[in-house]
Design a protein around this ligand. Structure first.
Ligand code: C5P
Length: 220
């Protein structure tokens, strides 16, 4: 049976994905990046000419997409109908369009259903991260954490992640504006009841991983 579900939410640039993946490695757990699923649906719609403002069409595409996502922290891979889109879903064009899928409620319902199935199907332990994992996807997880960071820290991290190629205005669009749009669909700006807040503004990567592992050990 499943021994442990660790649910982690947070805004973009909080370091959520890299920290969650490393925590999963240390716990010898599976790792589910739910944002990758929203990104994959977005890319699929863009590539097949589906209008992202057409909610019924986006919902239908989400229901029918052949999406395979690896839940191993050591093998990040996302396939759409067998095509590897692992890096394509990280392109800035996808980042700026993804909120359209996130705010399509029928698409969310379908992805939430698939995420719950992936979590239920994981053999042992799993770390799942996103925007609504602690509140909607896995509200009964043993460990629930909201990973936050100041806007300044988040803009800096996303800038570093993109190799310093983005202007300040581009970064602000990708981080702050995307969060504002996303938070209309899932509230990850404050911790729900029973969710532990971890502010990583003053912590480096290693310290954030250690702090998260301490939280896991204190409750699990
Ligand atoms: O985490 P990441 O930045 O890759 O997520 C991409 C997008 O997917 C977010 O901006 C948000 O629109 C959406 N998302 C969501 N719910 C989740 C995870 C991601 O709405 N659980």
């Amino acid at each position: 049976g499943k021994s442990l579900v660790v649910a982690i939410d947070g805004p973009s640039g909080s370091g959520k994905s890299s920290v969650s993946r490393e925590v999963a490695r240390r716990l010898r757990a599976a790792y589910l990046d739910t944002g990758a699923m929203y990104r994959a649906v977005t890319l699929h719609c863009m590539r097949t000419g589906i209008d992202l403002t057409d909610s019924p069409a986006v919902e239908a595409a989400t229901r029918s997409i052949d999406l395979v996502i690896s839940i191993s922290p050591d093998r990040e891979s996302v396939l759409i109908a067998g095509t590897d889109v692992t890096s394509a879903i990280r392109e800035p064009e996808v980042s700026s369009a993804v909120s359209a899928v996130a705010t399509t409620m029928g698409a969310r319902a379908e992805l939430i259903r698939r995420q719950r199935a992936l979590i239920a199907g994981a053999a042992h332990r799993i770390v799942a991260e996103g925007r609504d994992i602690t509140t909607v996807v896995a509200p009964d997880a043993e460990v629930r954490v909201l990973l936050t960071a100041s806007e300044e820290a988040r803009l800096r991290r996303r800038g570093d992640q993109l190799g310093g190629t983005q202007t300040a205005a581009q970064l602000k669009r990708q981080v702050t504006e995307r969060d504002a749009k996303d938070s209309t669909a899932a509230d990850f700006t404050q911790a729900a009841d029973g969710v532990v807040t971890l502010d990583s503004s003053e912590l480096d990567f290693e310290q954030t991983v250690a702090a998260l592992l301490t939280i896991v050990r204190s409750v699990a």
